[in-house]
Write a protein that binds this ligand. Structure first.
Ligand code: SF4
Length: 414
């Protein structure tokens, strides 16, 4: 199961990070075009209208998973009696089409339509394992042919040298490995249907990728290691960074576990938090020495946010980050179950620019005042809150003039 459906970089910095990335890796026309797209998104937020395509889209090209990670909200081994595909189908409870693998024709029309909206950023991530899709390489080739930045988030178990070669040739930009372990010892505890030996296999394949890229003299795909930190692996923060050094990763993402009733026994207690307050900065220091970025600050900010339990900021997801399920449902954000439309029935453009969506956007930009979540969305403790806060803080001088009334809340500090 892919446990992290977001990007490594805190979404609040997404636009800035994105622009920085394009400056480094793409030609001038692309940089200007991406700045223009970001500026239009911001203008749309201020005008309360959707003027252009989203910043990026996550596509759950496969909703089923070959893993049963204990902390997963969709496929956890702890959710008794429920198989992965059953849970994925629950996601589509209101739709006739309960497919858990996206039809390639639907994908093809979707990505072309998405590109027409101005969006250049697509991420294969979501509630399942994207490498289970038989045409994942074709999907990357098509998105690259449309001049898009392409990410894959994967548990890494299917990432063989042959597939890594194909993805490299396809032009994949980034690969985010949900590793959730710093050593083989706890790998099987976190990933309930896997042997500890799987950890070593994934690490060996990632070392192979590092060497392959060196031999080919290419910098892509860049690798990020992602870890959901629970009480099963919280003692391994430094080893997690050592793994990143070993495989030549560019970044490590640490995220506190977000539990439900069935998985609350994996929550971080006082002892684990104390350990992390020492080891995460040490891990970040090791990363700095090796040119590997990490997100220690946002880890503690997110913990504090969840402890506080309120919604401190408007939500801008309606302008930035829609989510697409394998059956073609487009949802408001990666957490929301609010379906905006289905790609088998309508183009992405018509769904995205549909004025009926404005009611949701109106609710979203007031959630810090009403404390009422967006329909069918779990807004309290949502990771995008940190991103929303940063955008809100930056927009505040203009936001006030454009009709916003509440002062931005100060950022949470760990
Ligand atoms: S705050 Fe709510 S609507 Fe916004 S991204 Fe989070 S879950 Fe979705």
């Amino acid at each position: 199961m892919v446990t992290y459906v977001g990007r490594f970089h805190p979404p609040g910095r997404a636009i800035l990070y994105h622009c920085k990335g394009t400056i480094l890796h793409h030609h001038k026309g692309r940089v200007i075009s991406d700045y223009w797209h970001s500026a239009k998104i911001m203008a749309g937020i201020l005008a309360r209208r959707v003027l252009t395509g989203p910043h990026s889209v996550q596509v759950s090209i496969v909703d089923a998973c070959n893993y049963r990670c204990v902390m997963c909200w969709e496929h956890s081994s702890e959710i008794e009696g429920r198989g992965a595909d059953d849970l994925a189908r629950d996601y589509h409870a209101t739709k006739k089409n309960k497919a858990t693998v996206m039809d390639y024709g639907v994908y093809e029309s979707f990505v072309r339509s998405l590109r027409k909206t101005g969006t250049r950023d697509i991420s294969f991530a979501g509630i399942g394992e994207p490498l289970l899709h038989k045409r994942i390489v074709d999907a990357v080739v098509l998105a690259k042919a449309l001049d898009m930045q392409v990410w894959i988030t994967t548990n890494g178990s299917l990432l063989t040298p042959d597939l890594m070669k194909e993805l490299t040739r396809a032009g994949l930009d980034d690969i985010n490995i949900s590793l959730n372990a710093g050593a083989a010892g706890e790998y099987g505890l976190v990933h309930a249907n896997q042997d500890n030996s799987r950890f070593n296999q994934i690490m060996e394949n990632l070392v192979w990728l590092r060497e392959y890229k060196r031999r080919q003299a290419v910098g892509f795909p860049r690798v990020t290691l992602s870890h959901v930190i629970s009480n099963l692996n919280s003692h391994r923060a430094v080893e997690m960074m050592e793994c990143a050094v070993r495989i030549g990763a560019i970044a490590v993402s640490y995220r506190p576990v977000d539990t439900c009733a069935q998985t609350s026994r994996f929550s971080l207690g006082t002892e684990e938090r104390e350990t992390l307050s020492r080891t995460l900065p040490a891990a970040a220091g090791l990363g700095n020495k090796n040119g590997i970025s990490s997100n220690v600050d946002t880890f503690f900010q997110l913990l504090a946010l969840r402890d506080a339990g309120n919604i401190p900021s408007p939500c801008f997801a309606g302008w930035l980050y829609p989510f697409v399920l394998a059956n073609g449902d487009v949802t408001y954000c990666c957490i929301s179950r609010e379906v905006l439309g289905n790609l088998a029935e309508r183009s992405f453009e018509s769904i995205w620019f549909d004025p009926r969506r404005r009611e949701l956007d109106k609710t979203a930009i007031r959630i810090h005042k009403t404390q009422k979540p967006v329909s069918k969305s779990r807004c309290r403790g949502c990771e995008l809150t940190l991103s929303n806060q940063r955008i809100y803080n930056r927009l505040w001088p203009l936001w006030g003039r454009a009709g916003g009334t509440a002062r931005p809340a100060s950022n949470y500090q760990g």
